[in-house]
Design a protein around this ligand. Structure first.
Ligand code: X8Z
Ligand code: ZN
Length: 616
């Protein structure tokens, strides 16, 4: 889950207030009342204002109640206890009944018919409300209700799952550690398989959710759920797929080199004489092969060792300090009081969602994060990522941004801000300034860039390829239910060059082991776009603000950088995302900056791969 985590589905409208607002001001007859006085024209701006005011107040109230219930459902999962699930279903139904009410839909359409008379910000709010309505239209109230129930159940099944490794209950953090550090291929295989065991338990729920999600959005005219999600960017499904395919193609030459390099290096590492044509999934230091950066240890820049000494709490506080150094405020006290930042104590009699997320509980100052932070590089970056969402929330919570537009310029921007800070927080000059590494120690720049590529570049074929293509097939092309796993591995081979270590038939459901497939559906391309955007922003910041090499920056303490980021976040969704990017970076959305950043690595990789067999 991510950012606004609030169930999109949780979009609402309110019957009562809509009725009030929709009664047009009576055209009053004047005292003299001559026979044929034309009725006073309707003041649509005023009408829209009245409607939006009442709507927003109710929306915020119901949204907050839904968020509170969801928070409990995600932080306290007790096997067999349905209290939280029931409360969450109730709160989400109330929100849905409002956002999707027929009165609200009709009124929104009526007001939007008079678009020309309204202000742009009114139009944006009305469109957002209508988009939200399509997530829960009460014309199909029963389907919406069933969807809400199925969503809550799926989350509980996923996060209530008891992972077993060597016969013992383990957390996903434990399994991730094995995949990062373990050299023995058999033990790696066992951990990888353990991480996939949750898949089959999610199959029935996911198939049910596909039907329900598609049915819900059809009611307001969207052909399928994938199309609905893409429309949030003002794009069709085809345009979105064309965009992510283009991004993937642009990074493909580099990925091909990384793939070849990894096959040979990992074969060596695991003592295999035969170099496989495709990477066995359990060889990679990540459950889905979406981040291979743990493969490389840059001498003098070993963050893991430094972080271990500092501890998990320090990481969160340090991330906050970084944002503060740029001019952002301290986090509200309630952030620390109400968030759930660390793993549960051993022996706890309940579980929590183990995937990091950031929450805007009341669309105001109650911001929280749900994480299981441990002192290591991955969580260090994730902490910066989540605080990016949090500072985005706090930035657009201002009098100029109405409640309905308290969202990212698009969803990709929301993902980009914190990931950008995560990248900045791992560059050597920054780490040296912090005292985490010794500035005088020579470090290898090529190895540093390689490590970064194994994170950012390797992610692209997973996000824009495997995840996006699979969900596109699943929702829009109604992928046959006896092809779910086959399609997943077909895409993994095609885009990532990864194959399963053993035969993974349809009794498994490996895509469902990825959080987002269950609870952030049909929007994983957000992350691919966010990486592209983050490199565009980073390129601009390094060259034009800091006048530093993009590979070796130190943002710390630079208020101009802070202002640049704040200005992007301040207007939230009231900004036009294309215009914003052009204004801030001088260019359209493009992988140019990302490709340029990693360009110096090409020569090195080609040299390393000389005489090696390429298979992609
Ligand atoms: O889900 C996340 C964040 C929460 S929005 C931790 N990310 C993606 C993932 O883990 O798959 C960050 C990058 C990719
Ligand atoms: Zn995120």
């Amino acid at each position: 889950m991510k950012k606004q985590l609030l169930p999109l589905f949780a979009a609402t409208l309110l019957a009562g207030c809509a009725q009030k607002a929709s009664a047009p001001a009576a055209a009053t007859a004047t005292e003299t009342a001559p026979a044929a006085t034309a009725p006073a024209p309707v003041n649509w701006r005023e009408q829209a204002d009245q409607f939006l005011q009442a709507y927003s107040a109710k929306y915020q109230q119901l949204y907050t109640q839904s968020a509170e219930a969801e928070w409990r459902s995600n932080t306290r999962i007790v096997a067999g206890d349905t209290t939280n699930a029931a409360a969450t279903a109730r709160a989400n139904e109330a929100l849905a009944a409002f956002t999707g009410s027929v009165e609200n839909i009709n009124r929104l359409r009526e007001l939007l018919e008079h678009k020309a008379d309204l202000t742009p910000i009114q139009v944006k709010q009305l469109q957002t409300a209508l988009y939200n309505a399509a997530g829960s239209p009460q014309t199909v109230a029963d389907v919406v209700k069933r969807r809400i129930k199925a969503e809550t159940q799926q989350t509980e099944t996923l996060y209530g799952y008891d992972y077993k490794y060597n016969g013992k209950s383990v957390t996903t953090n434990d399994l991730d550690r094995v995949l990062r550090d373990e050299k023995n291929p058999q033990r790696r295989l066992a951990a990888w398989e353990a991480s996939k065991a949750v898949g089959p338990t999610l199959k029935e729920g996911l198939l049910n959710l596909r039907t329900l999600r598609n049915q819900v959005v059809k009611a307001l005219g969207y052909p399928d759920y994938f199309t609905y999600q893409a429309s949030d960017y003002g794009m069709t499904r085809e345009e979105m797929m064309a965009l992510v395919r283009k991004i993937n193609t642009e990074l493909r030459p580099l990925y091909r080199e990384l793939h070849t390099y990894a096959r040979y290096e990992l074969a060596k590492k695991y003592g295999q004489k035969q170099v496989p044509d495709y990477l066995p999934a359990h060889w990679l230091p990540n459950r889905w092969g979406q981040d291979w950066s743990a493969m490389v240890d840059v001498k003098g820049l070993n963050l893991d060792a430094a972080l271990q000494k500092k501890g998990a709490e320090w990481q969160v506080q340090q991330a906050e300090r970084f944002y503060q150094s740029l001019g952002f405020p301290a986090l509200p006290k309630s952030f620390y009081e109400k968030s759930s930042l660390y793993p549960l104590p051993a022996g706890a009699n309940y579980k929590k969602n183990n995937h990091a997320s950031a929450w805007h509980m009341d669309l105001n100052q109650d911001v929280r994060s749900l994480m299981s932070v441990e002192p290591n590089t991955e969580w260090y970056e994730t902490t910066h990522h989540e605080l990016g969402h949090i500072y985005y929330y706090l930035s657009y919570t201002n009098p100029d941004v109405p409640v309905l537009l308290r969202g990212g310029a698009n969803r990709g921007y929301h993902e980009a801000m914190g990931s950008l800070m995560g990248l900045a927080a791992t560059q050597k000059p920054f780490l040296a300034g912090l005292g985490l590494v010794d500035a005088k120690t020579q470090t290898n720049e090529t190895q540093t860039l390689l490590k970064e590529a194994l994170n950012y570049v390797v992610f692209i074929p997973f996000a824009s390829g495997v995840m996006s293509e699979w969900e596109n097939s699943f929702y829009a092309d109604n992928l046959s239910q006896d092809q779910l796993n086959a399609r997943w591995w077909e895409l993994a081979k095609q885009y990532q060059g990864i194959v399963p270590p053993t035969n993974r038939g349809e009794q498994y459901l490996d895509p469902a082991t990825k959080t987002h497939i269950n609870d952030d559906p049909a929007q994983y391309y957000d992350y691919a776009l966010s990486y592209v955007i983050l490199f565009q922003l980073h390129d601009h910041i390094s060259r034009n603000i800091l006048k530093q090499d993009p590979h070796a920056t130190n943002y710390y303490g630079n208020k101009e950088v802070g202002k640049f980021l704040h200005d992007i976040m301040y207007p939230g969704a009231s900004a036009d995302w294309r215009q914003l990017l052009r204004e801030k970076t001088g260019e359209d959305l493009s992988a140019r900056a990302m490709v340029a950043y990693f360009e110096p690595l090409m020569t090195y990789l080609k040299q390393q791969n000389k005489g090696r067999k390429y298979t992609m």
